[in-house]
Design a binder for this molecule. Structure first.
Ligand SMILES: N[C@@H](CCC[C@H](N)C(=O)O)C(=O)O
Length: 277
């Protein structure tokens, strides 16, 4: 069969977006891995799938698959592209929609300037929320990574994140520590790993080694996770500008049970069709 798709990106974090409201298809893990391949396939960090909602009070079901085929709970840059896609495709005329994800409901709002704001919900720091194996909740934890002690903060923003502070993201050990922490036994469902450089109380630089996709040019949930951990530790003040390799995001968080708010761009690149074997 021929599957229609749209290639999109949010700050260079790129996606294949598939409408399964008007098309019928079922993608197996190995097909997703083949499509994600940048040499032999279409190439993307995540596959985003638009489906009818299971809950009638929601507008859509938003499903996310990493390049390795694993289905995950949340994707922030993807959420902005999702909001733009469903309006471009005329699947809705609403400016504000509610979508269900594995990580909980999200509210997506298309702004007048073309950017999209996402209510990402309340960050959860309890180790069991990720899950992370630890005796108690704490601002930071020390992780033994092949004999090296690494200090991390942990948070769930729907999906799990570990955040490390570094002096300079340009020479941070992303390629070395990223995969080791992603697969560390204290994270039974693996983890996304953020490397955060604090520039000022309202500005950070960030690189993220994503679970199931490797280092990406930007990670929306990673930006929310880093800001939430930084504010909780008293190092940052809201709003925070997050400089990622693909561009900037603005993250707002009032602390406590308030929602994280992420605002940024969503770009359409091209439409295509691919034969599914
Ligand atoms: N790129 C994303 C996050 C995608 C999912 C992540 N790799 C995971 O496994 O949780 C974003 O923009 O948030």
């Amino acid at each position: 069969m021929l599957l229609h798709f749209t290639k999109m990106h949010g700050l260079g974090n790129d996606f294949m977006v598939v409408d399964l409201v008007t098309q019928r298809a079922r993608l197996r893990d190995e097909q997703i891995r083949a499509l994600a391949d940048r040499h032999f396939g279409i190439g993307f960090d995540q596959l985003l799938v638009v489906e009818p909602p299971l809950d009638p009070d929601m507008d859509f079901r938003y499903r996310i698959f990493n390049a390795d085929g694993s289905e995950v709970e949340n994707c922030g840059n993807g959420a902005r592209c999702f909001a733009r896609f469903v309006r471009d495709q005329r699947l809705t005329h609403k400016r504000e929609i509610r979508v269900e994800t594995r990580g909980g409901p999200l509210t997506l709002r298309s702004e007048d300037d073309g950017r999209v704001s996402v209510d990402m919900g309340t960050p959860r720091f309890a180790p069991e929320a990720l899950p992370f194996i630890a005796d108690e909740e704490s601002l930071t934890h020390v992780l033994d990574v092949e004999g090296e002690c690494v200090t991390i903060a942990v948070v769930s923003v729907g999906n799990p994140h570990a955040v490390l502070r570094v002096d300079d993201v340009d020479d941070a050990p992303v390629a070395h520590l990223g995969p080791l922490i992603e697969a560390h036994p204290r994270f039974p469902q693996r983890v996304n790993v953020g490397f955060m450089q604090i520039v000022s109380r309202q500005e950070i630089r960030l690189r993220v080694f994503e679970r199931g996709s490797g280092e990406t040019l930007a990670c929306g949930t990673g930006a929310c996770a880093a800001v939430a951990c930084g504010i909780r530790q008293g190092l940052l003040d809201s709003p925070v500008t997050v400089h990622l390799r693909g561009g900037d995001l603005t993250i707002t968080w009032a602390g406590g049970v308030a929602s994280l708010l992420m605002t940024g761009p969503a770009e359409r690149v091209f439409d295509g069709r691919v034969a599914l074997s």
